[in-house]
Design a protein around this ligand. Structure first.
Ligand code: AKG
Ligand code: FE2
Length: 279
């Protein structure tokens, strides 16, 4: 089985059909080259201030191994590049996230916006599902329960299998056993050109690939959203001041936690209230 690739001009309903069938797909040209070029330049400049293996996700060595001992990761991308805000407002990615997440929440927010630069001679990342961040919720009526999160791995430069393209097990979002994470030989690589994105649900098994080169870095970033009543992986809300976001779109302000959770039209309380108001 391979990953389906469709152009960004494909009707959103057709993209959604493939995500529903396979758990993810490659959307070619999801992000315009001009936006990607700006982001790549900013990421390359910022990367000089970060050391490989410094990031962690989870406790101890396991948390470091998960993100990669020779991988450079950093977030707060809007501090480094305006291109980040353009990406948050991308109409096709927004339409996909609306369709997949809004059945289960009034509004969603950024889960992770992170540069993920896999260094030379890195082993493959452990296979996982992104919804494992919220295990109790993920296991509710698994695999038919609510979608909690939608992710995109975005190529900032050409991403090949040898450089560590993300590996996916298409169809694994439907496997009956939540604890079954499959095996590397079941995976296929998401090879991409700059601006292409692997868009996948939190339920599908995947992981960063091994960088088999001795001297080249995989230049990619991750952008994911999560239901507005769940706590995101990254604390974006406190990375930005109100002043920094004052001229951004209402969508961007909400995605970055500078507006209240909006429950409508669902039943649900007022959450993450700004000034005790549903602004
Ligand atoms: O680096 C990659 O290709 C995938 C990263 C990933 O899936 C994660 O950290 O959750
Ligand atoms: Fe992941």
């Amino acid at each position: 089985m391979s990953l389906q690739r469709l152009a960004v001009t494909t009707p959103v309903e057709d993209l959604l059909e493939i995500i529903d069938r396979d758990g993810g797909l490659i959307v070619e040209g999801l992000f315009p080259r001009e936006v990607i070029d700006r982001m790549r330049e900013s990421v390359l400049t910022a990367a000089e201030d970060f050391s490989p293996g410094a990031a962690t996700q989870g406790l101890g060595e396991e948390g470091k191994e998960f993100v990669g001992l020779n991988t450079v990761r950093f977030s707060s991308l809007g501090k480094m590049s305006d291109a980040y805000f353009d990406m948050l407002d991308n109409p096709t990615y927004a339409a996909l996230a609306d369709a997949i997440l809004l059945p289960n929440c009034g509004s969603y927010w950024v889960n992770t916006g992170q540069a993920m630069l896999i260094g030379p001679e890195s082993p493959a990342q452990p296979l996982h599902r992104d919804c494992e961040n919220w295990p109790a919720m993920s296991m509710v009526n698994w695999p038919d329960g609510p979608e909690l999160t939608l992710s995109a791995m975005i190529a900032l430069d050409e991403v090949t299998e040898a450089l560590g393209a993300t590996r996916v097990i298409p169809g694994s979002h439907r496997w009956p056993d939540f604890a079954d994470r499959g095996a590397p030989e079941m995976t296929v690589p998401a090879e991409m050109q700059p601006g292409d994105a692997l868009v996948y649900t939190g339920k599908v098994i995947h992981g960063g690939g091994a960088n088999q080169t001795s001297d080249r870095w995989r230049l990619a970033m991750h952008l994911s959203f999560v239901l507005g009543w769940l706590v995101p992986e990254e604390s974006s809300a406190i990375d930005y001041t109100d002043e920094e976001l004052a001229h951004r779109s209402p969508r961007v302000q909400r995605l970055l936690g500078h507006r209240s959770y909006d429950p409508s039209p669902h039943f649900g309380g007022g959450l993450w209230l700004r000034h005790v108001d549903l602004i």
